[in-house]
Design a protein around this ligand. Sequence first.
Ligand code: SF4
Ligand code: SF4
Length: 397
Amino acid sequence: MSDVLPTIPPDTSDSLAVLEKSRSTAETFGIPLAVLLEITHRCPLQCPYCSNPVELDRSGKELTTDEWKKVLSELAEIGVLQVHFSGGEPTARKDLVDLVKHASDVGLYTNLITSAVLLTREKLSELADAGLCHVQISFQGIEEGLADRVAGYKGGHRKKLEVAKWTRELDLPLTVNAVMHRQNLHQLPDIIQMSVDLDADRLEVANVQYYGWALKNRAALMPTVAQLDECTAIVEAARERLKGRLTIDYVVPDYYALRPKKCMGGWGRQFFNISPAGKVLPCHAAESITGLDFLSVRSNHSIAWIWQNSEAFNRYRGTGWMKEPCKSCEFREIDFGGCRCQAFALTGDAANTDPACALSPLHETIFKQAEAEAEGETSRFLYRNFAGGTLESENGT
Ligand code: SF4
Ligand code: SF4
């Protein structure tokens, strides 16, 4: 919004010049080494916890091939080393091979974050030839019935297994991403074994984080405290057992935590992503916070300038914006007050303490609500789609 726009300096078109001019800022908030590119919000799946915003960008707003190429060149020029092609489903874009080739030509390490259901062996092979370095495939469960129901896509699980095998046959490193919640946590031991059988290097056991679509589906997804304790024990045992064979990353849901996670390493400190329409964002959920004006790569500012000088990035950087109890808390430079999007979603003010923190006046209420939802009867999903969501039918179809 125009009333929150910063004063715009006259000459900001040269990214490297911006970095050199604002040396002190660059030292504190240096350009991240890895950037997430959400090249489309289109996706054939309908996961009820999708991290995309509830207001999805339609295809007509997406950056063109040439615009994405320009972004990739600019990222390489300012010192970014890795890009993650994500979405939506990145393979829904017909120019993906071209984009991967360009990224590779300008020296970027490339990772494909995919649901895999649109890939053929031929397409994967073309991507490998274009320089793709790594593949991450999301799984919704271990058996077809539940996995396809969660994804809202029949035949998806079987296809993912096939693509995972092709990935390794093409000698590409593989990460399995498993998003966990009340309805699939019982399958965790088998998901770990599946990752070993697929010869994955890494498994991400990512418990759902409750904003956007997941917040709408919280009552159907929230695990019980007992489930989480068991999940933690299973992960710890598997890490020990599979040391040197499978790396396991573990993300816990913060509703049951005492302190919040250092979300995105702190707002505007270590991470940014670019939305399908070209907005430069401090996290993929940031557009859910109303009243912030996120600048686009289509603006007349360089990406480096947007990262360092835009009002949206500077609004919640550091600790100066904090209210109590964060303002005088000894942990303020450790967790940076938790997640701004969650604070906004649950309290209506992104500058409030994230209610995941036990020191937030709202923590107890939210914890109790989560406990009650986890013990409740709700299991039907509101599926993610461009129509604003579709409620699963009573018989699960
Ligand atoms: S979380 Fe599911 S619906 Fe969302 S982009 Fe990924 S695969 Fe598609
Ligand atoms: S009060 Fe704020 S800074 Fe302190 S632990 Fe909670 S979220 Fe972190």
